[in-house]
Design a protein around this ligand. Structure first.
Ligand SMILES: CC(C)(COP(=O)(O)OP(=O)(O)OC[C@H]1O[C@@H](n2cnc3c(N)ncnc32)[C@H](O)[C@@H]1OP(=O)(O)O)[C@@H](O)C(=O)NCCC(=O)NCCS
Length: 170
C-alpha cells in the first residue's frame, strides 16, 4: 500500500486542491460555493496561509499528489475575533473513510499548539455524518444549527456550528 505523507501545502499543490474543492462545489452542498473556483481564485486562497501564525494549511500526499487538506483561517475580519480560528478539511472522495481526516487535523492542531487561539470553529452543512463524527472525535462540541441558511440545487440547507472549547490545547 502506498504511504500517505502529510506536509505543509505548497504552491505546486494548487491544481490538485482546486480539483478536489471543485468536485464538492459541483456535486454537493458541503460548500456553499455554487460555481467552480478558478485556479487564480484558489491561488489567492492558498497564498493566505503561512509557515507560522494562526493560518496554516497541511496536505495529505499520495504518489506525489495532494489528496486532501486541513486548514485554519480567519473566522471573522473584526479584530476581537482574532483568537477564534475557523477550520476547513476536504479529502478527495477516494481518500475518505480511512482515518485521514483525523491524521490531518492532528498535524494541523499540533502545528498551531503555540499560537494564541482560544476557540476553533467549524461550520458543517447537514447532513454530513463523517464531518460531524470527525469534529466530535477531535474535541469539538455542537453549538447549534442555523436552519436553511443556504440555497443550493434548488433547496435550502441547514448549517451546524461546532466549537472546540479548549481552543488549540490537546
Ligand atoms: C469529513 C471528512 C474530512 C472526514 O474525514 P475521513 O478521513 O473521511 O474520516 P475518518 O476516517 O477520519 O473518520 C472520522 C469519523 O467519521 C466516520 N465516518 C467516516 N466516513 C463516514 C461516512 N461516509 N459516513 C458516516 N461516518 C463516517 C468514521 O467512522 C469516524 O467516526 P468515529 O470517530 O465515530 O469512529 C472526509 O470524509 C471528507 O473530506 N468529506 C468530504 C468533504 C467534507 O465533508 N469536508 C468537511 C466539511 S465541514
Amino acid at each position: 500500500m502506498t504511504e500517505i505523507a502529510i506536509r505543509a501545502a505548497r504552491p505546486g499543490d494548487l491544481q490538485a486542491l482546486t480539483g478536489i474543492y471543485n468536485h464538492y462545489v459541483r456535486e454537493t452542498s458541503i460548500t456553499f460555493d455554487i460555481e467552480p473556483r478558478t485556479l487564480d481564485q484558489r491561488r489567492q486562497w492558498l497564498e493566505g496561509f503561512a509557515a507560522t501564525g494562526r493560518y496554516r494549511c497541511f496536505v495529505a500526499v499520495k504518489d506525489g499528489s495532494a489528496i486532501g487538506w486541513a486548514s485554519s483561517h480567519r473566522y471573522n475580519e473584526r479584530a476581537a475575533y482574532d483568537t477564534t480560528v475557523a477550520c476547513g478539511i476536504y479529502l478527495a472522495p477516494e481518500a475518505t473513510g480511512q482515518g485521514l481526516g483525523r491524521r490531518l487535523y492532528t498535524v494541523l492542531f499540533d502545528a498551531l499548539a503555540r499560537e494564541d487561539i482560544h476557540r476553533l470553529f467549524a461550520g458543517i452543512t447537514l447532513p454530513n455524518e463523517a464531518s460531524v463524527r470527525l469534529h466530535r472525535a477531535m474535541g469539538f462540541e455542537p453549538v447549534g444549527v442555523y436552519r436553511e441558511v443556504g440555497r443550493k440545487f434548488g433547496r435550502y440547507w441547514d448549517v451546524a456550528t461546532w466549537l472546540r472549547p479548549q481552543g488549540i490545547r490537546p
